[in-house]
Design a protein around this ligand. Sequence first.
Ligand code: MN
Length: 136
Amino acid sequence: MSVSKNQSTIFPKGEPAPADYFVGKAWVKFLVQSDDTFNTSIGNVVFEPGARNNWHKHGGGQILIVTDGEGYYQEKGKPIQIIRKGDVIKILPGVKHWHGASRDHEMTHIAVNTNTQKGIVEWLEQVTDEEYNALK
Ligand code: MN
C-alpha cells in the first residue's frame, strides 16, 4: 500500500504559480494576506524538481522557512546554496535572488514577506538553465 506524499503535507497545495514568473511547475497557497496592522504576507510554495521562480527583489525583505525537500537559493553574484527542510533564509530588502527546487527533489517553503508597505515583490528575468545548472 502506498500513501500519497500530499497527505503528509501541512497545507493544501494551492493554485498553480503564475507561469510568467516561474519556470517549471510550482503551487502557491496564501496563508496570510497583508494588512495595515501586520504589513506581512505569508504563503506556502511547493516546487516540483527543476522548478524555480524568476530573479526578483522584495522591497520589504523576505524570510523563507523550508519545510520539506531540497532546493536552491541564490543571490546575484554569489554561488547557489543548497537549502533543505529546517533551513531558514533571511533575504534583505532589495537583494536580487531566486529560489526553487533542486534538480532531483521537490522543495516546499513558507515565504514570509515582511514590511510589505515597502513593496512585496518586483519580478525580473527568468533564471536560465545555465544559471540553474551552475551547481555541479
Ligand atoms: Mn524571494
